[in-house]
Ligand binder design. Structure first.
Ligand SMILES: [Zn+2]
Length: 137
């Protein structure tokens, strides 16, 4: 049996990131955001895309953006949006056989951009799955 894939979890309370096995086949394919108990502070740790790069722990502004996005259902998985073919110019000048095109969205870096991002793409937010064990349970 192949070794289980390790998936990133990030705690928004103590800002630590750790890896745990999950049953997911691909680490950067969007799926429900699993919430586990942080082994460091027992806070809520969220499943993240392997694309996520944690900011320095002392960078409050960057972490405010990360926390806002993740709690809004955006854990840095790749998001693509359709690009209108008109963006490639007149039909006679487009690459031959081009039927559709998509571009990968860049994640916002400021809280103001993040708020707009969630307004624009809220329909793409991922659901949460809370797998934490209740105290005493
Ligand atoms: Zn923690």
């Amino acid at each position: 049996m192949p070794p289980p894939h390790l998936t990133k979890f990030t705690c928004l309370d103590c800002r630590s990131t750790f890896k745990r096995p999950t049953d997911a086949a691909k680490r950067n394919v969007a799926r429900a955001i699993e919430i586990r108990t942080c082994p460091n502070c027992t806070g809520a740790a969220y499943l993240m895309s392997s694309d996520f790069r944690a900011p320095p722990k002392a960078d409050d502004r960057a972490w405010a953006v990360v926390a806002f996005l993740v709690r809004s259902g955006f854990a840095y998985f790749r998001i693509y949006e359709d690009v209108p073919l008109a963006a490639f110019g007149h039909p006679m000048r487009r690459p031959k056989g081009l039927l559709s095109a998509q571009r990968r969205l860049a994640y916002p870096e400021t809280l103001r951009e993040a708020e707009q991002f969630v307004r624009d793409y809220g329909h793409l937010a991922l659901p949460f799955v809370d797998t934490r064990v209740a105290p005493g349970g």
